[in-house]
Design a protein around this ligand. Structure first.
Ligand code: SAH
Ligand code: SF4
Ligand code: F3S
Length: 498
């Protein structure tokens, strides 16, 4: 029985949380009205469950190992760091393979068909590892787990999956796991519950140079192609003091890059009634002492503007880079996508940004083959990338998502034509990226050395976020350096330490 079916546990949970009504932008969208702020006592209770699990694991000899497999975006990466935090508190150490792991946790993504297929493929393969290691506990969480057809399929076709829970119940993972361990029965906690904000969940970070900080969760925008608002719930902001405390902690620990995360960071604070916005938050983060660069994603063009660009230009720690997804170069398609801006207003934004930060590194997302997109409309996307000249572009072919409005739209363009358009766009963007990279050659740039590649060379990032391959000692990882660029390719710059 999951906590949702357990009246005692449910009453306790409701008793321990404060409910506030968050703003709803589109009254036609599914009614998920509340934000649940999880009380500190509730997280303490989860930590108590972690300790009970730890005691159980200690009864059996040997170190218990967990494998956490993360799909999708940085928000999921950040969520996995919290799941690892709980697992570490339970006494698990971590392994990078499912083979022989005592617990496997798949933190899934539902953004495109391909992402889902990969997860189902990997869940299928777990039947073999579980056969070899019958005590293995298999958990599936994240965005896919919130979709009814997915949880139904997991229930029916993958009987060895032990625990399934959606993103809103991440904070309750210890309790759900204990329920499985105590009761033996499979636990499915996948109902459509209101979005949560939980502070105080322990974190085990994957990287000690670059840190993620979620500033908000969910999305209110309901772009017609997108599943995120359905699986992640309504937009809700963390309180500024909690965000700043986390940033200070990272800065004190010597982190060199801090990335603020949200599906639409530019609407930060709208639900808080504190009179704060994202530009204000950025200034506050900039004030935190430390030698770190601040990045953020994602910005929605409908909410980004001159106030943000002014703050970016003024704040010395904020990276001169912006990821500003445009999705389509056609105003007609943008309207059908429910994006709330036009080609013209988007181009005006780019102009305003470059007027303030001329060397800004600009990246974007685009969808090819949105239902009903004509060849002429695709040509508008081609001409937009020509006009803007992005440093890099993330290109996607439209993938119908169950329950979204775009799933039901007529989609007459043949697959082959979409695919040819996609290839053309990719090819042209690669040329542009290559040309933009060539302009770095001969220059010297400040960069953060962030790792060592398989070929033994160092990898580094300019403050704008461009990748540099460098010769040098591994002892430099985690330090700021100056690099002189001697060569470039579509994907990277090559240089020497100065
Ligand atoms: N919140 C971010 C995007 C998150 S999803 C924003 O609004 O910019 C990342 C990208 O995946 C989107 O920008 C979009 O380009 C792409 N995407 C989302 N849903 C998709 C779908 N159904 N098919 C193809 N690409 C999609
Ligand atoms: Fe999806 Fe649009 Fe929200 Fe981005 S802004 S997560 S694309 S609905
Ligand atoms: Fe995927 Fe969920 Fe992120 S659908 S892209 S993991 S918000």
């Amino acid at each position: 029985m999951s906590y949702l079916e357990n009246p005692v546990s449910l009453c306790y949970t409701i008793f321990c949380i404060t409910i506030c009504i968050s703003q709803i932008q589109n009254p036609e969208e599914p009614a998920l009205k509340e934000t649940l702020t999880i009380a500190p006592a509730e997280i303490d209770r989860q930590l108590f469950y972690c300790d009970r699990i730890r005691a159980r694991l200690a009864e059996r000899p040997g170190q218990k190992k967990a494998f956490v497999d993360t799909y999708g975006c940085q928000q999921n990466e950040a969520d996995s760091e919290r799941l690892r935090g709980y697992l570490a508190r339970m006494g698990y150490s971590f392994t990078d393979t499912e083979e022989g792991a005592d617990l496997v946790l798949l933190n899934t993504c539902a953004i495109r068909e391909h992402a889902e297929q990969r997860v189902f493929g990997n869940v299928g393969a777990l039947s073999h590892t579980k056969r070899r290691h019958p005590a293995q506990i298999i958990c599936v969480c994240g965005c896919m787990a919130r979709q009814d057809h997915v949880s139904k399929r997991l229930k029916q076709s993958f009987p060895y999956v032990d625990l399934v829970f959606g993103p809103q119940l991440l904070w309750q993972f210890p309790e759900l796991l204990l329920e499985k361990l105590d009761g033996g029965k499979r636990v499915f906690a996948t109902d459509d519950v209101p979005g949560t904000v939980a502070e105080g969940v322990p974190v085990v970070r994957q990287n000690d140079i670059k840190g993620w900080v979620s500033i908000m969760y969910g999305c209110n925008n309901f772009c017609t192609y997108c599943i995120v608002p359905y699986v992640r719930g309504r937009e809700r902001s963390r309180r500024p003091e909690d965000i700043l405390a986390e940033v200070r902690e990272l800065a004190r620990a010597g982190y060199k890059e801090i990335t603020l995360l949200g599906q639409n960071v530019n609407s930060y604070g709208k639900d808080l009634d504190l009179g704060v916005d994202f530009a204000w938050l950025l200034e506050q983060v900039n004030e935190v002492p430390g030698e770190f660069v601040i990045r953020f994603m994602t910005s929605h063009p409908k909410d980004a503007g001159e106030r943000l660009f002014d703050v970016m230009a003024r704040c010395e720690k904020v990276a001169p880079s912006l990821h500003l997804p445009f999705q389509s170069g056609s105003s007609r398609v943008l309207k059908a996508m429910n994006r709330h801006y036009t080609r013209e207003s988007y181009l005006k934004l780019v102009h305003q940004l470059r007027a303030r930060i001329p060397d800004v590194v600009l990246t974007s997302d685009v969808i090819v083959g949105f239902p009903g997109e004509t060849q002429e409309e695709f040509e508008e996307t081609m001409s937009l990338i020509e006009e803007v000249r992005y440093d890099a572009l993330y290109t996607f072919i439209f993938s119908p998502r169950r329950g979204t409005p775009a799933e039901k739209l007529e989609d007459p363009m043949p697959k082959e034509q979409k695919s040819a358009n996609f290839q053309r766009l990719l090819k042209r963007q690669n040329e542009i990226s290559g040309e933009k990279h060539r302009a770095y050659v001969g220059g010297t740039y400040r960069c953060l050395v962030d790792g060592v590649g398989t070929d033994g060379r160092l990898s580094a990032r300019t403050v704008g976020g461009r990748l540099i391959h460098l010769e040098g000692s591994a002892s430099l990882v985690g330090t700021w350096q100056q690099a002189r660029i001697s060569d470039s390719s579509t994907w990277a710059l090559f240089g020497d330490l100065v």
